[in-house]
Design a protein around this ligand. Structure first.
Ligand SMILES: NC(=O)c1ccc[n+]([C@@H]2O[C@H](COP(=O)([O-])OP(=O)(O)OC[C@H]3O[C@@H](n4cnc5c(N)ncnc54)[C@H](O)[C@@H]3O)[C@@H](O)[C@H]2O)c1
Length: 350
């Protein structure tokens, strides 16, 4: 496999992929050849002279697309057209029609297409899901998902694209993917958004102004009956609400302390009673293993079974994001038409 897009997140992928037995990291490519070279020096493998060189290399079966949001569609499409399997960082594309086209293209060509986020593959997330499936909480009717993502410019050298695409596209996708994994497709989305902190400054002192809402609030109606509230912002960091997801059913509540930390605290409370911590199904990875889906996809390819992270689910999430955008603009609920088959729980958490 090869990595295209050698930026901030690529290190985390390359480090882990090196430890997976089933795939070899052949090389790296980036718009900036110096970045590709730096990665090849650090992790081994080739520095490709651009995407065409990666596509022409017969030893590359799978491409991990870690470019910025706006480039995902074009890069993934070129890879699929060249007969390569793809795992993309999120979102799959920034328009639903493009995301759908990619999912259909992969299917038509018999290629694998997976997409982040894959935080539902984490130990804490799988533990919370196992409790929900066990029925201890009864019929789950309400979920609250909070993302207080702080201010990207405090740590990222290139924060503008994240603000340009908007909070729901950058991090709203995390709880949306988690919730659609557990509860299946959404049928309607209603959302509101506002810019709460327009004037920002990068670490180097470059001033920039944002116009896309950095605070978004959405109500999501799932086909199977769940109603979820999603609130996300690029302003509060951590805070009392943190990045937790709380599910409430007729018999009790399940609390997942963080949407992306694989070792997050998981708690259960019988209805109206205090929460108590629950042990995770197995010792967790420390933090977030972004590349876990690459390992999962290669295992699925070897076993000849479907991989868990699919283009169809990622395209559905993009349709929800687009519906939220339409609702923010026009008001009222917006229907979401696409459907997908949710992934199975991890084997170790069944
Ligand atoms: N940084 C994080 O913590 C983080 C976490 C999770 C997911 N992600 C996702 O990963 C993706 C990349 O984020 P990042 O933080 O690494 O961004 P980044 O800006 O640090 O890196 C992106 C890299 O892609 C390269 N690139 C852009 N367009 C390209 C093109 N057309 N062809 C080849 N290379 C191209 C850039 O030169 C850059 O090196 C985003 O979709 C983001 O949402 C990032």
């Amino acid at each position: 496999m090869a990595i295209v897009g050698c930026g901030n997140i690529a290190d985390r992928y390359a480090e882990r992929i090196r430890t997976y037995g089933a795939c070899e990291l052949v090389g790296f490519s980036d718009l900036d050849p110096l970045r590709a070279r730096a990665f090849a020096e650090k992790f081994g493998g080739r520095a490709f002279e651009g995407l065409e060189a990666v596509l022409a290399d017969p030893s590359v079966d799978l491409i991990v697309n870690l470019t910025i949001h706006f480039a995902h569609y074009e890069i993934t499409k070129r890879c699929l057209l060249a007969g390569k399997h793809v795992h993309s960082e999120k979102p799959l594309a920034i328009r639903y029609r493009e995301a759908k086209e990619l999912a259909e293209l992969a299917d038509a060509r018999g290629l694998r297409l997976g997409c982040a986020p894959i935080m539902y593959m984490g130990e804490a997330q799988q533990t919370a899901w196992k409790i929900l499936r066990s029925g201890r909480a009864g019929r789950v009717r309400l979920a609250y998902a909070e993302i207080n993502h702080g201010r990207i410019e405090e740590w990222h050298p290139n924060p503008e694209p994240f603000y340009e695409v908007g909070i729901q596209w950058d991090v709203g996708v995390y709880p949306l993917t988690l919730l659609t994994t557990m509860f299946g497709p959404v049928r309607r989305a209603t959302a509101m958004g506002r810019v709460v902190h327009p004037h920002r400054v990068t670490k180097e002192g470059r001033k920039f102004t944002i116009t896309t809402p950095d605070f978004v609030l959405a109500m999501l109606e799932f086909e199977e009956g769940l109603t979820a509230r999603l609130s996300a912002n690029f302003y509060v960091k951590g805070g009392k609400q943190g990045g937790g997801v709380e599910f409430t059913g007729d018999e009790g509540s399940v609390y997942l302390g963080d949407f992306q930390d694989f070792g997050a605290r998981v708690e259960y409370a019988p209805f109206g009673k205090p929460f108590e911590e629950v042990s995770l199904v197995r010792p967790p990875f420390k933090g977030t293993e972004f590349a876990r889906a690459v390992d999962e996809m290669t295992a699925a390819m070897i076993a000849g079974r479907p991989q868990r992270a699919t283009g169809a689910q990622a395209a559905h999430v993009v349709e929800i994001l687009e519906a939220m955008g339409t609702s923010m603009k026009d008001g009222g609920p917006v229907a979401v038409a696409s459907r997908f088959t949710p992934p199975a729980p991890m084997d170790w958490a069944r």
